[in-house]
Design a protein around this ligand. Structure first.
Ligand code: HEC
Length: 149
């Protein structure tokens, strides 16, 4: 016969196990959603890399350093980090006229590459996370769509 005292201890232990599993379950779920976010940024960066090779590398070069004279650098560019909306605008619609990148004046012309909003987001996520650049805040398609001419 199981005494009343013994059975209440068993219930207590079972209850404890039950709740510790719930905690483990919720913690795992949080972990999964953070991992999913990282995956979508990683995916975007991977697509962006292909777009970069096709649409940007001929001017900004594989090093992202530009040509040292008329084409500004993307690697370490303060324009890229400080002017998020302008960067989206430049890649979406092209960029002309005088700009300052790392205190150096540029006055050239970048033709619009003709990318979709998703491609603009991808290539920007790539350049913002390549060479010495790091940007945790992912550029989204919605964000690109909101930038108008
Ligand atoms: C035909 C050459 C050319 C191509 C191709 C080109 N760019 Fe540019 N890019 C330039 C020039 C020149 C400027 C400076 C424009 C100015 O002086 O206003 C510039 C400026 C920029 C800037 C702002 C300044 C900076 O360096 O942070 C960004 C960001 C940029 N380009 C990203 C890209 C991306 C991404 C692509 C590919 C989708 C691309 N460019 C394709 C020539 C080019």
């Amino acid at each position: 016969m199981i005494s009343k005292k013994k059975s209440s201890i068993i219930l207590l232990v079972l209850g404890g196990l039950y709740f510790s599993n719930i905690t483990a379950f919720t913690t795992n779920r949080n972990y999964v959603s953070i991992a999913e976010q990282q995956t979508s940024l990683q995916k975007s960066i991977a697509n962006g890399k292909e777009l970069y090779v096709e649409f940007c590398v001929q001017c900004h070069l594989a090093t992202g350093k530009g040509n040292g004279s008329t084409v500004p650098p993307l690697d370490g560019s303060d324009w890229l980090t400080k002017k998020r909306t302008e960067s989206i605008h430049a890649i979406k619609y092209g960029q002309m006229g005088e700009i300052l990148v790392n205190s150096k004046k540029y006055n050239g012309a970048m033709p619009p590459p003709g990318l979709s909003d998703e491609e603009v987001a991808d290539v920007l996520n790539y350049v913002q996370n390549s060479w010495s650049n790091k940007q945790n805040k992912m550029v989204t398609v919605d964000e690109v769509a909101k930038v108008k001419k």
